[in-house]
Write a protein that binds this ligand. Structure first.
Ligand code: FAS
Ligand code: PHB
Length: 389
């Protein structure tokens, strides 16, 4: 098999990269080691930045997003007795959309399978070779158990945190730098058949711990509460979850709406950055190179930003035979990665309780500042809605 760009991983990064390249006449093959059902069912991100919506729309992937997505003008910040709305368009002229990552992936998979570049599910034994040459290759076993070799001009490692690509970069002579922070808390997340009791997301600080009120549609709520990383999901009955959420969102004259919980899981929280995001003809994008805590709603959006940058670099490399954008890719991408990493750390540090009384006063002071200062609110709004590419 031969293609111009071999793409490992059919998450949002790999699928969008393949789409953007195809629109520019560059062919690719996407290799995914899970099934279509598994990839489309993974419950993950929910918020799309203005940039992400614009990119998906321009790539012809915006129809269902604009039909079914929920356009939000802002978020609410809450601490005991106060729920304050940040008006993003007034603060920075941008807004965000609620449209689950599952829906983005379903749209991209459907487009890919309807005449797009080859997308192979259920592959195994993926191995990347000769990335320091102009003819790298990917060895793999296809879904029928047949050993294959995909000859490429470029390999894109969009295989997420647990994929093989980052290790290939590390084995290269350019060396690898890793930065990691594991946070002392996790998120217990639920999906519930319950109409959201709020028009926009609520980020709530409470002495018992952080809570986030999000949603997927007018009839499906997505909620999270801060728990200790050692907590086990089987120790959290539905009643215990709803009680914890009701306590943390409590506000006079307002009531949480409950319903059947259809999914629950505990998500660890970490920041992780790996540099460089390239070795020869292998380029990393998305979670393969970086992880952010979900508090800033950056993970999916950062993957999209990487892929927009990478697609431009690969078009220039493969069509114009110019290496300038490819040579600049890693440094350019990492500047945005660190901006998103800082913002995600800042939101996480402001909102998650540690049990330390001094920390609590610092957090409440920060929250009062953001809720009372237009300048402080604008800084949050600009980062949350996505800085211009
Ligand atoms: P992905 O991990 O989505 O995709 C990588 C793909 O590569 C996967 O399909 C995987 O199966 C495949 N792969 C791996 N190894 C392979 C191999 N050897 N061969 C072939 N394929 C291989 N972000 C937010 O903004 N908000 C959230 O609330 C949020 N919640 C999250 C919850 C969880 C449990 C997780 C894990 C992440 C969450 N994220 C959230 C972050 C998430 O949305 C990521 O940022 C996003 O999926 C990144 O997309 P990709 O880089 O494409 O990586
Ligand atoms: C979600 O809806 O899953 C979501 C929204 C905002 C976040 C994190 C997760 O910051």
């Amino acid at each position: 098999m031969r293609t111009q760009v071999g793409i490992i991983g059919a998450g949002p990064a790999g699928l969008l990269l393949s789409r953007l390249l195809a629109l520019q006449g560059i062919d690719s093959v996407v290799l995914e080691n899970r099934s279509r059902e598994y990839v489309e069912a993974r419950v993950r991100a929910g918020i799309l930045e203005q940039n992400t919506v614009d990119v998906l729309t321009e790539a012809g992937m915006g129809d269902r997003l604009h039909r079914e997505g929920l356009e939000h003008r802002g978020i609410h910040l809450q601490y005991p007795g106060v729920r304050h709305q940040l008006d993003f368009p007034a603060l920075c002229g941008r807004r965000v959309w609620v449209y689950g990552q599952t829906e983005v992936v379903k749209d991209l998979v459907a487009a890919q399978l309807a005449g797009g570049p080859p997308l192979l599910f259920d592959v195994s034994d993926v191995a990347v070779e000769d990335v320091d040459t102009d003819s790298p290759r990917i060895r793999f076993t296809d879904a029928d158990g047949v050993a294959r070799v995909l000859e490429c001009d470029v390999v894109a490692g969009t295989d997420g945190f647990h994929g093989p690509s980052r290790a290939v970069v590390a084995e290269g002579g350019s060396g690898q730098q890793l930065w990691e922070r594991t946070y002392p808390y996790a998120w217990l997340g639920i999906l519930a058949d319950a109409p959201p009791a709020t028009d926009e997301l609520i980020y709530a600080w409470h002495p018992d711990g952080f809570a986030l009120y999000s949603m997927r549609s007018p009839s499906v709520s997505r909620l999270y509460l801060q728990v200790d990383p050692s907590e086990r999901i089987e120790d959290w009955s539905d009643d215990r979850i709803w009680e914890g959420l009701a306590t943390r969102f409590a506000l006079d004259g307002w009531e949480l709406s409950t319903g059947r919980i259809t999914e629950k899981s505990i998500l660890p929280m970490r920041s992780f950055v790996s540099a460089p995001m390239r070795r020869g003809r292998l380029f990393l994008a998305g979670d393969a190179a970086h992880i952010v805590p979900p508090t800033g709603a950056k993970g999916l959006n950062l993957a999209v930003a990487d892929v927009v940058l990478l697609s431009r670099a690969l078009v220039r490399l493969l069509q114009d035979k110019e290496t300038d954008l490819a040579d600049a890719y890693s440094d350019t991408a990492l500047r945005r990665v660190w901006r998103a990493t800082h913002f995600s750390w800042w939101m996480t540090s402001m909102l998650h309780t540690s049990g330390d009384a001094f920390d609590a006063q610092l957090q409440l002071s920060q929250l009062r500042r953001v809720c009372s200062s237009e300048a402080a609110a604008r800084e949050l709004a600009e980062n949350y809605t996505g800085l211009p590419y």
